[in-house]
Design a protein around this ligand. Sequence first.
Ligand SMILES: NC(=O)c1ccc[n+]([C@@H]2O[C@H](COP(=O)([O-])OP(=O)(O)OC[C@H]3O[C@@H](n4cnc5c(N)ncnc54)[C@H](OP(=O)(O)O)[C@@H]3O)[C@@H](O)[C@H]2O)c1
Length: 256
Amino acid sequence: MSKHRILILGGTTEARQLAGKLEGRTDCEVLLSLAGRTAEPMAQPVPVRSGGFGGAEGLAQFLRDNRFDLMIDATHPFAARISANAALAARQTGIPAFALRRPKWERQAEDRWTCVSSMADAVAALGASPRNVFLAIGRQEAFHFEEAPQHRYLVRSVDPVTPQLDVPQASYILASGPFDIADERKLLQDNRIDVVVAKNSGGSATYGKIAAARDLGVEIVMVERQEPADMPSVGTLTEALDRIDHWLSPEMKRGV
Ligand SMILES: NC(=O)c1ccc[n+]([C@@H]2O[C@H](COP(=O)([O-])OP(=O)(O)OC[C@H]3O[C@@H](n4cnc5c(N)ncnc54)[C@H](OP(=O)(O)O)[C@@H]3O)[C@@H](O)[C@H]2O)c1
Protein backbone atom coordinates (compact mmCIF):
# COMPACT_ATOMS: atom_id res chain seq x y z
CA MET A 1 0.00 0.00 0.00
CA SER A 2 1.50 3.39 -0.94
CA LYS A 3 1.60 5.86 1.88
CA HIS A 4 -0.10 9.23 1.67
CA ARG A 5 2.29 12.11 2.08
CA ILE A 6 1.40 14.81 4.58
CA LEU A 7 3.23 18.11 5.04
CA ILE A 8 2.77 19.75 8.45
CA LEU A 9 3.77 23.40 8.74
CA GLY A 10 4.89 23.59 12.34
CA GLY A 11 6.78 25.52 14.97
CA THR A 12 4.13 24.89 17.65
CA THR A 13 3.35 22.37 20.37
CA GLU A 14 0.27 21.29 18.42
CA ALA A 15 2.29 20.53 15.29
CA ARG A 16 4.70 18.41 17.30
CA GLN A 17 1.85 16.58 19.03
CA LEU A 18 0.03 15.95 15.75
CA ALA A 19 3.23 14.61 14.18
CA GLY A 20 3.64 12.34 17.21
CA LYS A 21 0.15 10.91 16.72
CA LEU A 22 0.79 10.23 13.02
CA GLU A 23 4.29 8.82 13.48
CA GLY A 24 4.36 5.06 12.93
CA ARG A 25 1.08 4.90 11.02
CA THR A 26 1.19 2.63 8.00
CA ASP A 27 -1.17 4.71 5.85
CA CYS A 28 0.74 8.00 5.78
CA GLU A 29 4.19 9.51 6.03
CA VAL A 30 4.75 12.94 7.48
CA LEU A 31 7.27 15.72 6.95
CA LEU A 32 7.31 18.57 9.47
CA SER A 33 8.43 21.99 8.28
CA LEU A 34 10.03 24.55 10.60
CA ALA A 35 10.95 28.14 9.81
CA GLY A 36 14.44 27.53 11.18
CA ARG A 37 14.49 30.54 13.50
CA THR A 38 15.17 28.77 16.80
CA ALA A 39 18.83 28.04 17.57
CA GLU A 40 18.07 24.75 19.33
CA PRO A 41 14.72 23.46 18.07
CA MET A 42 12.94 20.79 20.09
CA ALA A 43 13.27 17.18 18.96
CA GLN A 44 10.44 16.14 16.66
CA PRO A 45 8.86 12.71 16.25
CA VAL A 46 8.98 12.75 12.41
CA PRO A 47 11.48 13.88 9.75
CA VAL A 48 11.97 17.66 9.62
CA ARG A 49 12.92 20.16 6.94
CA SER A 50 13.88 23.67 7.90
CA GLY A 51 13.77 27.17 6.36
CA GLY A 52 11.44 29.24 4.20
CA PHE A 53 10.05 27.96 0.89
CA GLY A 54 10.32 31.25 -0.96
CA GLY A 55 6.77 32.56 -0.60
CA ALA A 56 3.51 30.97 -1.76
CA GLU A 57 5.01 30.10 -5.16
CA GLY A 58 7.92 28.31 -3.51
CA LEU A 59 5.61 26.39 -1.21
CA ALA A 60 3.38 25.38 -4.14
CA GLN A 61 6.45 24.12 -6.01
CA PHE A 62 7.63 22.22 -2.94
CA LEU A 63 4.22 20.53 -2.60
CA ARG A 64 4.25 19.49 -6.26
CA ASP A 65 7.91 18.41 -6.39
CA ASN A 66 7.54 16.24 -3.31
CA ARG A 67 4.11 14.87 -4.29
CA PHE A 68 2.32 15.79 -1.10
CA ASP A 69 -1.29 14.67 -0.81
CA LEU A 70 -2.30 16.84 2.16
CA MET A 71 -0.98 19.96 3.89
CA ILE A 72 -1.77 20.93 7.47
CA ASP A 73 -1.04 24.47 8.61
CA ALA A 74 -0.28 24.02 12.30
CA THR A 75 1.78 27.21 12.63
CA HIS A 76 1.30 29.74 15.40
CA PRO A 77 -1.87 31.89 15.17
CA PHE A 78 0.38 34.98 14.89
CA ALA A 79 2.45 33.54 12.03
CA ALA A 80 0.22 35.27 9.48
CA ARG A 81 2.52 35.25 6.47
CA ILE A 82 3.15 31.50 6.28
CA SER A 83 -0.57 30.84 6.80
CA ALA A 84 -1.50 33.21 3.97
CA ASN A 85 1.13 31.52 1.78
CA ALA A 86 -0.24 28.08 2.69
CA ALA A 87 -3.79 29.10 1.74
CA LEU A 88 -2.58 30.46 -1.61
CA ALA A 89 -0.37 27.44 -2.35
CA ALA A 90 -3.25 25.07 -1.57
CA ARG A 91 -5.47 26.96 -4.03
CA GLN A 92 -2.75 27.05 -6.69
CA THR A 93 -1.95 23.33 -6.49
CA GLY A 94 -5.41 21.99 -5.64
CA ILE A 95 -3.80 19.96 -2.83
CA PRO A 96 -6.21 19.49 0.10
CA ALA A 97 -5.29 21.53 3.17
CA PHE A 98 -6.62 22.56 6.52
CA ALA A 99 -5.39 24.57 9.48
CA LEU A 100 -5.02 23.44 13.09
CA ARG A 101 -5.53 26.66 15.05
CA ARG A 102 -5.94 26.66 18.79
CA PRO A 103 -8.87 28.82 19.96
CA LYS A 104 -7.98 32.20 21.38
CA TRP A 105 -8.23 32.90 25.12
CA GLU A 106 -11.48 34.43 26.29
CA ARG A 107 -11.54 37.21 28.88
CA GLN A 108 -12.76 36.12 32.33
CA ALA A 109 -14.73 38.41 34.64
CA GLU A 110 -11.73 39.30 36.85
CA ASP A 111 -9.31 39.87 33.96
CA ARG A 112 -7.97 43.39 33.44
CA TRP A 113 -7.31 43.24 29.71
CA THR A 114 -6.72 46.18 27.40
CA CYS A 115 -7.21 44.67 23.95
CA VAL A 116 -5.29 46.09 20.99
CA SER A 117 -4.87 45.00 17.39
CA SER A 118 -1.17 45.63 16.78
CA MET A 119 2.18 45.85 18.57
CA ALA A 120 2.30 49.60 17.86
CA ASP A 121 -1.05 49.97 19.63
CA ALA A 122 0.28 47.88 22.53
CA VAL A 123 3.16 50.36 22.94
CA ALA A 124 0.70 53.26 23.02
CA ALA A 125 -1.57 51.43 25.49
CA LEU A 126 1.22 51.40 28.10
CA GLY A 127 0.72 55.17 28.46
CA ALA A 128 3.14 57.98 29.21
CA SER A 129 3.99 57.25 32.86
CA PRO A 130 6.83 54.80 33.60
CA ARG A 131 5.68 51.24 34.31
CA ASN A 132 7.21 47.83 35.05
CA VAL A 133 6.39 45.84 31.93
CA PHE A 134 6.63 42.10 31.38
CA LEU A 135 7.07 41.67 27.63
CA ALA A 136 5.91 38.14 26.81
CA ILE A 137 5.54 38.44 23.05
CA GLY A 138 8.67 36.68 21.80
CA ARG A 139 11.76 38.37 20.44
CA GLN A 140 10.81 39.36 16.91
CA GLU A 141 8.54 42.27 17.74
CA ALA A 142 10.17 43.48 20.97
CA PHE A 143 11.86 46.33 19.07
CA HIS A 144 8.52 48.19 18.89
CA PHE A 145 8.88 49.03 22.58
CA GLU A 146 11.95 51.18 21.95
CA GLU A 147 9.29 53.80 21.13
CA ALA A 148 8.46 53.92 24.85
CA PRO A 149 11.84 54.08 26.64
CA GLN A 150 10.31 55.48 29.84
CA HIS A 151 9.23 51.98 30.97
CA ARG A 152 11.30 49.27 32.63
CA TYR A 153 11.09 46.04 30.62
CA LEU A 154 11.46 42.40 31.55
CA VAL A 155 11.66 40.55 28.22
CA ARG A 156 11.16 36.79 27.93
CA SER A 157 11.96 34.87 24.75
CA VAL A 158 13.17 31.46 23.58
CA ASP A 159 16.21 32.90 21.81
CA PRO A 160 18.06 36.11 22.71
CA VAL A 161 16.71 39.47 21.57
CA THR A 162 19.44 40.76 19.25
CA PRO A 163 20.25 43.56 19.26
CA GLN A 164 19.01 44.22 22.77
CA LEU A 165 16.43 46.97 23.17
CA ASP A 166 17.73 50.51 22.98
CA VAL A 167 16.05 51.52 26.24
CA PRO A 168 17.66 52.47 29.58
CA GLN A 169 16.06 49.71 31.65
CA ALA A 170 15.61 46.21 30.25
CA SER A 171 16.43 42.75 31.53
CA TYR A 172 16.08 39.47 29.71
CA ILE A 173 15.00 35.91 30.47
CA LEU A 174 15.52 33.01 28.08
CA ALA A 175 12.88 30.33 28.56
CA SER A 176 10.36 28.26 26.65
CA GLY A 177 7.03 26.97 27.88
CA PRO A 178 5.05 25.40 29.27
CA PHE A 179 4.95 27.87 32.17
CA ASP A 180 3.38 27.03 35.49
CA ILE A 181 0.91 29.50 37.11
CA ALA A 182 2.73 29.54 40.47
CA ASP A 183 6.07 30.29 38.76
CA GLU A 184 4.47 33.02 36.68
CA ARG A 185 2.90 34.58 39.78
CA LYS A 186 6.31 34.60 41.48
CA LEU A 187 7.94 36.15 38.43
CA LEU A 188 5.37 38.96 38.32
CA GLN A 189 5.71 39.61 42.05
CA ASP A 190 9.51 39.40 42.24
CA ASN A 191 9.83 41.90 39.40
CA ARG A 192 7.01 44.17 40.66
CA ILE A 193 5.35 43.90 37.24
CA ASP A 194 2.32 46.15 36.85
CA VAL A 195 1.49 45.36 33.23
CA VAL A 196 1.99 42.31 31.00
CA VAL A 197 2.09 42.57 27.20
CA ALA A 198 0.90 39.31 25.62
CA LYS A 199 -0.37 37.95 22.32
CA ASN A 200 -3.71 36.17 22.39
CA SER A 201 -2.03 32.93 21.37
CA GLY A 202 -4.47 30.53 23.01
CA GLY A 203 -3.52 27.10 24.33
CA SER A 204 -2.40 26.01 27.76
CA ALA A 205 1.41 26.24 27.53
CA THR A 206 1.58 30.03 27.99
CA TYR A 207 -1.71 30.57 29.82
CA GLY A 208 0.06 30.65 33.20
CA LYS A 209 0.91 34.34 32.89
CA ILE A 210 -2.71 35.17 32.06
CA ALA A 211 -4.02 33.34 35.12
CA ALA A 212 -1.24 34.76 37.32
CA ALA A 213 -2.00 38.33 36.22
CA ARG A 214 -5.68 37.71 36.98
CA ASP A 215 -4.84 36.45 40.49
CA LEU A 216 -2.67 39.49 41.20
CA GLY A 217 -4.96 42.07 39.56
CA VAL A 218 -2.22 42.95 37.05
CA GLU A 219 -3.28 44.56 33.76
CA ILE A 220 -2.63 42.75 30.47
CA VAL A 221 -2.24 44.58 27.19
CA MET A 222 -3.54 41.82 24.95
CA VAL A 223 -2.63 41.90 21.27
CA GLU A 224 -5.50 40.23 19.44
CA ARG A 225 -5.19 38.05 16.34
CA GLN A 226 -5.70 39.22 12.80
CA GLU A 227 -8.31 37.61 10.55
CA PRO A 228 -7.13 34.02 9.89
CA ALA A 229 -6.05 32.97 6.41
CA ASP A 230 -8.83 31.60 4.21
CA MET A 231 -8.55 27.86 4.86
CA PRO A 232 -10.84 25.31 6.54
CA SER A 233 -9.73 24.91 10.12
CA VAL A 234 -10.06 22.80 13.25
CA GLY A 235 -9.27 23.82 16.81
CA THR A 236 -8.02 20.65 18.48
CA LEU A 237 -5.72 17.72 17.90
CA THR A 238 -8.65 15.30 18.06
CA GLU A 239 -10.51 17.19 15.36
CA ALA A 240 -7.36 17.25 13.22
CA LEU A 241 -6.94 13.47 13.57
CA ASP A 242 -10.63 12.90 12.74
CA ARG A 243 -10.22 14.99 9.65
CA ILE A 244 -7.13 13.07 8.57
CA ASP A 245 -8.88 9.72 9.21
CA HIS A 246 -11.84 10.88 7.15
CA TRP A 247 -9.55 12.02 4.39
CA LEU A 248 -7.66 8.69 4.42
CA SER A 249 -10.86 6.64 4.51
CA PRO A 250 -11.57 4.29 1.55
CA GLU A 251 -14.59 6.38 0.51
CA MET A 252 -12.44 9.49 0.19
CA LYS A 253 -9.73 7.59 -1.68
CA ARG A 254 -12.36 6.46 -4.20
CA GLY A 255 -13.37 10.10 -4.55
CA VAL A 256 -16.83 9.65 -3.02
N1 LIG B 1 4.67 34.55 15.51
C1 LIG B 1 4.69 34.00 16.72
O1 LIG B 1 4.29 34.61 17.73
C2 LIG B 1 5.19 32.59 16.90
C3 LIG B 1 5.17 32.02 18.18
C4 LIG B 1 5.60 30.69 18.35
C5 LIG B 1 6.04 29.98 17.26
N2 LIG B 1 6.04 30.56 16.01
C6 LIG B 1 6.52 29.75 14.88
O2 LIG B 1 7.68 30.36 14.38
C7 LIG B 1 7.70 30.31 12.95
C8 LIG B 1 7.96 31.71 12.40
O3 LIG B 1 6.91 32.57 12.85
P1 LIG B 1 6.70 33.99 12.16
O4 LIG B 1 5.65 34.71 12.92
O5 LIG B 1 8.02 34.63 11.88
O6 LIG B 1 6.09 33.50 10.76
P2 LIG B 1 5.57 34.35 9.51
O7 LIG B 1 5.86 35.80 9.70
O8 LIG B 1 4.18 33.95 9.20
O9 LIG B 1 6.48 33.75 8.35
C9 LIG B 1 7.59 34.43 7.80
C10 LIG B 1 8.26 33.51 6.82
O10 LIG B 1 8.95 32.47 7.52
C11 LIG B 1 8.85 31.25 6.78
N3 LIG B 1 8.14 30.27 7.61
C12 LIG B 1 7.32 30.51 8.67
N4 LIG B 1 6.90 29.37 9.22
C13 LIG B 1 7.45 28.37 8.49
C14 LIG B 1 7.40 26.96 8.57
N5 LIG B 1 6.70 26.33 9.54
N6 LIG B 1 8.09 26.26 7.64
C15 LIG B 1 8.83 26.87 6.68
N7 LIG B 1 8.91 28.21 6.57
C16 LIG B 1 8.24 28.95 7.46
C17 LIG B 1 8.14 31.58 5.50
O11 LIG B 1 9.15 31.96 4.57
P3 LIG B 1 8.93 31.78 2.98
O12 LIG B 1 7.97 32.85 2.58
O13 LIG B 1 10.30 31.95 2.43
O14 LIG B 1 8.37 30.40 2.76
C18 LIG B 1 7.31 32.79 5.89
O15 LIG B 1 6.93 33.61 4.81
C19 LIG B 1 6.38 29.72 12.51
O16 LIG B 1 6.62 28.43 12.02
C20 LIG B 1 5.51 29.70 13.75
O17 LIG B 1 4.69 28.55 13.82
C21 LIG B 1 5.64 31.84 15.82
